[in-house]
Design a protein around this ligand. Structure first.
Ligand SMILES: Cc1cc2nc3c(=O)[nH]c(=O)nc-3n(C[C@H](O)[C@H](O)[C@H](O)COP(=O)(O)OP(=O)(O)OC[C@H]3O[C@@H](n4cnc5c(N)ncnc54)[C@H](O)[C@@H]3O)c2cc1C
Length: 467
């Protein structure tokens, strides 16, 4: 089938009837109508619709090698520098539609699956490995435009390097059985963003040292029997876009994932009970350069949006003459320009890799992934400092529609805007920096691609090898 539309996505997710728990209750009825999911599902649906837009179809889609129909570019293995540039254009187009706030827009996971399937040859001839399953499944996902969440990390029980789980009842999800139909998984995974609102969940175990039951990789439908998504509290405070401009539209739920004796059919298993492969496959595959390429493109769009919002604050209350304001703006500009330069270097120095992919240079992407999580929180703080009490004194749209409107118009006006527009801007700045949604965004960017110290070690070690 061709790339799906927004309504195809919504209908498919509603039909799944995934087991999702929020605030002590199982969500029933259409997930797309639930207040905690509605905004994100509608925003994601708009992304799918962009694939159909006649003005964008040439770079948002490409011709299926199987059917010739137009399918999503995020699934395309880039073979030329032009393909890579097209990929960036597609990623940035989707990111612009959500100001880079949907960290797990479908292009992220589609890219992950594309890069892993392109590296399937690494699994060939290895014990308990099924490279053909990975490639077949990728083709199935690509041709049906499947959406994904993923969970790669074990629950945060004990992070000491000497910790080995020793419990009769599994905590971290592991293999507890095997049958003619597949393997059985029991236990939990730390986190899946967008858990419950995607067709599939991709699971990779962290591997380890001694227990091959901790070594597996697979993808299963989100409505598989025994699979549960347990939500954190929702950060949607209301659905009015004036009051909650970002959280009403882009709040991606995070979920604990529980596997209650879940059967993973053989054909969905990519490898199992092979610790060496579990410990090395992702690192040796094309996963890192391509996933990071998607992440850095999105973060650039997000920074551009943040720079615009911040400049508007500066203009609105006319603080552009102060030198400390210039310093804060310069910090944003330097970060943005650094990220763009690193992306450009990665794409300029791209070369064909062992899997035949046009791979962006890894070092600049790793560098960007070390810089951004550190600087993002300080950019957020800079906006808080520039906005000062303006970030707090933000009446709602209902206030503007009430009898106190004349007071608000008089006392909340600004150098550039009338009161309602000024408050609209500051509510947006609050949703970028201070609301529960914003606070989660900061934590998200800090840990998006893993522990910052692990990312730094990765950069250090690969830099030593390659330079
Ligand atoms: C909002 C949000 C959304 C996320 N979405 C997803 C998702 O969709 N899918 C997914 O798989 N994951 C997701 N994650 C998980 C993310 O990958 C992890 O948060 C990240 O890898 C860090 O792991 P952790 O949270 O378990 O922290 P921990 O590993 O428990 O770290 C806790 C502290 O200990 C330190 N520490 C731990 N181990 C080491 C070490 N070996 N060396 C040095 N210091 C160490 C850390 O630096 C940190 O300060 C998400 C996280 C967040 C915050």
């Amino acid at each position: 089938m061709p790339a799906i539309t927004g309504i195809d996505f919504i209908n498919r997710i509603n039909n799944l009837k995934n087991e999702i728990w929020l605030n002590g209750e199982r969500i029933s009825g259409k997930i797309s109508e639930h207040p905690a999911y509605k905004g994100a599902i509608q925003s994601q649906a708009k992304l799918y619709d962009l694939q159909q837009d006649p003005e964008r179809v040439d770079f948002m889609t490409y011709d299926s090698p199987i059917t010739g129909e137009k399918i999503g570019t995020s699934y395309q293995p880039p073979k030329t520098k032009n393909d890579l540039a097209n990929r960036s254009k597609m990623i940035q187009e989707w990111a612009k539609s959500c100001h880079g706030m949907l960290g797990r827009s479908p292009d992220y996971m589609n890219t992950v699956l594309m890069s892993l399937a392109s590296s399937a040859s690494l699994l060939e001839g290895k014990d308990n490995c099924f490279p053909d399953h990975l490639v077949t499944f990728y083709e199935q996902a690509r041709e049906n435009d499947l959406s994904f969440t993923h969970t790669f990390i074990n629950p945060q029980v004990n992070r000491s390097p000497f910790y080995l789980e020793d419990s009769d009842e599994p905590i971290a999800a592991k293999i507890v059985g095997e049958s003619d139909n597949g393997i059985i998984i029991k236990g939990a995974r730390l986190l899946a963003t967008q858990g419950g609102m995607t067709d599939e969940i991709l699971v990779f175990s962290p591997g380890g040292l001694n227990d091959s039951d901790n070594a597996f990789a697979f993808s299963i439908p989100s409505d598989t029997k025994g699979l549960k998504f347990i939500c954190r509290e929702t950060f949607v405070l209301g659905n009015n876009a004036y009051d909650y401009p970002l959280s009403s539209r882009f709040e991606e739920m995070d979920t604990i994932v529980v596997f209650d004796n879940v059967l993973v059919p053989w054909e969905r298993l990519f490898f199992y009970k092979n610790l060496h492969v579990a410990n090395n496959f992702q690192r040796q595959s094309a996963f890192r350069p391509f996933a990071l390429h998607q992440v850095i493109n999105r973060q650039i769009v997000k920074l551009e949006f943040i720079a615009d919002v911040t400049e508007e604050i500066v203009q609105t209350i006319d603080i552009g003459g102060y030198s400390h304001v210039h310093e804060k703006m310069a910090e944003i500009i330097c970060t943005l320009e650094t990220m763009k330069a690193l992306l450009l270097k990665a794409e300029t120095n791209a070369s064909i890799d062992e899997f035949g992919l046009m791979r962006p240079e890894l070092t600049p992407l790793q560098t960007a992934s070390c810089i951004f999580p550190k600087i993002y929180p300080s950019i957020i703080e800079a906006i808080q400092l520039l906005g000062a009490s303006g970030m707090i004194m933000i009446p709602t749209e209902a206030d503007f529609e009430s009898a106190i409107r004349p007071d608000l118009d008089q006392y909340l006006q600004s150098a550039k805007h009338n009161a309602k527009d000024r408050v609209k801007l500051f509510r947006l700045a609050w949703d970028v920096t201070m609301s529960p949604f914003a606070t989660r965004q900061t934590q998200y960017e800090r840990f998006f691609f893993g522990n910052p110290s692990t990312l730094a070690s990765d950069l250090y070690n690969s830099y030593k090898q390659n330079n």
